[in-house]
Design a binder for this molecule. Structure first.
Ligand code: P6P
Length: 333
């Protein structure tokens, strides 16, 4: 594949599809640069005094790791001066973050999980950044939470970075899913996979199986059938993976197929699973659908869900289209 930079790719996409105006290209390049900075910080590990907890809690009531806070700051600082955003929202911040008055306000809203998979930080397992871009409502002057509450189908950009053996950036602007690998010597993002596609069939599933006694019947039935393998109705054996970093599991699925599940379960009946709609499920659903896969909450297409709260959670079933259709059908029965 001809090795082109992120900038050249975005300009070529703009020429071909007219979907990436200059302000949006700037936004993507600024976020990509911030992911480079986060990758650098993550890569220091114990040498950089970045491991361990920050002795603070986030809105989710989760203890923040130092790198959660550092990554959040990196994204805020990188994006607030550029004039391309009206406001930002993050898993690590209770309320939205309007652009300070000293900077011009743009027409986009940026949402992110600055460092997803925090339980893996201190043990050197892949983690990542997830981000989503919406357009600010017409005529909006002072951004409020309600301006962010748009269904995932309104996203104009979604992407993630994985800080793993390689640092990769996976991006969609609505015309396919493309992967860039960080060339650390040059400090540049290089296009390494164009138009990623998820196989409709798979032999791999991802779920935290330690919760199986809490699963509702449709999930229990679906996973039991996978585990029965050739001896059961599926007639073939399956393999299981669970990284406990959504970005790593989704990246594997985009590369070789699979189904990722984080269902609601009986542990907390009024809690709709663990993952957040606005900055985890929605961006990943946009990417997965653009790669020919599917993403539902067990009943509805994730991208059709009308959000009610910025940090609301949602059950997630995403990946190979045939498997998502099957487990979703089981929920209808
Ligand atoms: P569990 C990471 O904390 C995360 O939000 C996702 O990245 C990941 O898929 C999930 O939670 C892991 O959850 O319950 O297995 O630790």
């Amino acid at each position: 594949m001809k090795r082109i930079s992120l900038t050249q790719h975005l300009i070529e996409q703009q020429r071909e599809h007219d979907t990436i105006p200059a302000e949006l290209r700037l936004l993507i390049e600024v976020v990509a640069r911030a992911c480079k900075t986060i990758s650098h910080a993550v890569g220091k590990g114990a040498l950089g005094d970045v491991l361990g907890t920050a002795h603070s809690e986030n809105i989710q009531g989760e203890i923040q790791k130092k790198l959660d806070v550092i990554s959040n700051e990196i994204l805020l600082e990188a994006n607030e001066w550029g004039g391309h955003l009206a406001a930002m929202a993050s898993e690590e911040m209770e309320t939205i973050h309007p652009i300070p008055n000293r900077y011009p306000m743009g027409e986009y809203l940026l949402l992110f999980d600055p460092l997803d998979g925090s339980s893996n930080i201190d043990v050197n397992v892949s983690i990542g950044t997830i981000f989503s871009v919406l357009k600010a409502p017409e005529g909006m002057h002072a951004p409020q939470e309600k301006d962010f509450l748009q269904p995932g189908s309104k996203q104009v950009v979604a992407g993630y970075a994985v800080y793993g053996p390689q640092t990769v950036l996976v991006l969609t602007t609505g015309n396919g899913v493309h992967c860039f690998t960080l060339d650390r010597e040059m400090g540049s993002w290089v296009l390494t996979q164009r138009d990623m596609k998820i196989p409709e069939q798979t032999k791999e599933y991802a779920i935290n199986a330690s919760n199986s006694r809490h699963w509702h019947a449709p999930v229990k039935r679906y996973v039991d059938e996978l585990q029965a393998g050739v001896t059961g109705v599926r007639g073939k054996d399956f393999n299981m993976r669970w990284v406990a970093s959504m970005v790593a599991d989704v990246h594997r699925i985009l590369n070789r197929g699979g189904i990722f599940m984080y269902p609601a379960d009986a542990r907390e009946p009024d809690k709709a699973g663990k993952l957040r709609l606005m900055y985890e499920a929605n961006p990943m659903a946009f990417l997965v659908e653009q790669a020919g896969g599917a993403a539902t909450d067990g009943a509805r297409r994730i991208l059709d869900i009308q959000p009610e709260k910025l940090h609301q959670r949602v059950p997630v079933f995403l990946g190979s289209a045939d498997e998502v259709a099957r487990v979703t059908e089981y929920h209808q029965k």
